[in-house]
Design a protein around this ligand. Structure first.
Ligand code: ADE
Length: 254
C-alpha cells in the first residue's frame, strides 16, 4: 500500500518510523508513506496557506488553491488513490473502516490545520471526510497517523502473526478478553486458573465468555448489532438467571 500524506508538518510523520510494527511494515515494503508539503503549492512571497473566513468569525481557514494543487499533484502519481480529508466533521473511523481501507492499494490523506479547510476541497477533490473521534485536535496529522497505524497493522504479514489481528478487540465485534503473562502471581493478583489448564477448548470458551462480559460492562452498545452464537446466548441466559437469583435473594432478605 502507498499512503501519500498532504500536510503543513511533514516532519511529524517521521514519528511512525521510530519503531514498532509500522516501521517494520515500511522496511519490508508492505507500506510506503510519502509526505507532500502543502506549502510547496502556495503562491506569493509569503506562501500563505490560510485566510480569514467568509462571514466572519474567529480563526483562519486553509485556502483552497494550495490544497487543490497538492491533491492534484498527488493524484497525478497515484491516479487510483482513495482520497480522505481528516476533519472532526467526518465519518467516524472504526475497525470496520480500517479493514476496508486496508484493501486499497493507494490512499491520499489530507491534513487540515487552523479552523478547518475550505469546504469546496471536501466537495470537489476528496472521496470522504474522516474523523477519529468526537473531539477537536489542533490538526489532522495525529488523526492521519492513527489511520496509518490502524490500517497498516492490518496489511498482510504486517503483524507477523495473522491470528492476533483476527482476535483483536473489535475484529470479533467484541472487546478483547483480558491477557496475562508471567509471573503467575503479581502483587497479590493471580492469573485465572483456566488459562493454566492447558485445555485449549476450555480456554477458547473462557476467553469468549470474558469478551462477552467485558463488552457488556464497558460497551453494551457493541452487543446490540453483534451476531451472537447459540453458545453465547446460553452463556448470557445463564448469567441473566444467576443475576436474577442473586437479586431475588437480596430483595427477600432486605
Ligand atoms: N482534525 C481535528 N480534529 C480531528 C478529528 N477528531 N479527527 C480527524 N481530524 C481532525
Amino acid at each position: 500500500m502507498n499512503v501519500t500524506v498532504l500536510t503543513l508538518f511533514p516532519e511529524m510523520f517521521s514519528a511512525l518510523l521510530v519503531g514498532g510494527i509500522i516501521k517494520r511494515a515500511v522496511e519490508s515494503n508492505r507500506i510506503s508513506i510519502e509526505t507532500i508539503d502543502i506549502r510547496d503549492f502556495a503562491k506569493g512571497p509569503h506562501r500563505t496557506v490560510d485566510d480569514r473566513p467568509y462571514g466572519g468569525g474567529s480563526g483562519m481557514v486553509m485556502k483552497p488553491e494550495p490544497l487543490a494543487g497538492a491533491i492534484r499533484h498527488a493524484k497525478q502519481s497515484h491516479p487510483g488513490a482513495f482520497t480522505l480529508v481528516l476533519t472532526p466533521q467526518g465519518r467516524l473511523f472504526d475497525h470496520g473502516l480500517a479493514r476496508e481501507l486496508a484493501r486499497c492499494a493507494e490512499l491520499i490523506l489530507v491534513c487540515g490545520r487552523y479552523e478547518g479547510i475550505d469546504d469546496r476541497i471536501c466537495q470537489d477533490l476528496a472521496d470522504e471526510e474522516l474523523s477519529i473521534g468526537d473531539y477537536v485536535l489542533t490538526g489532522g496529522e495525529l488523526a492521519a497517523m492513527v489511520v496509518i497505524d490502524a490500517v497498516g497493522r492490518l496489511l498482510p504479514g504486517a503483524l507477523g502473526n495473522e491470528q492476533s489481528a483476527q482476535e483483536d478487540s473489535f475484529s470479533t465485534g467484541l472487546l478483547e478478553y483480558p491477557q496475562y503473562t508471567r509471573p503467575r502471581s503479581f502483587e497479590g493478583f493471580d492469573v485465572p486458573d483456566m488459562l493454566l489448564s492447558g485445555n485449549h477448548g476450555a480456554i477458547r470458551q473462557w476467553r469468549r465468555q470474558a469478551s462477552l462480559v467485558r463488552t457488556f460492562l464497558e460497551r453494551p452498545d457493541l452487543l446490540l448489532d453483534q451476531p451472537l452464537t447459540p453458545e453465547d446466548i446460553v452463556f448470557l441466559e445463564r448469567l441473566h438467571r444467576d443475576i436474577e437469583i442473586t437479586l431475588d435473594r437480596h430483595s427477600t432478605t432486605s
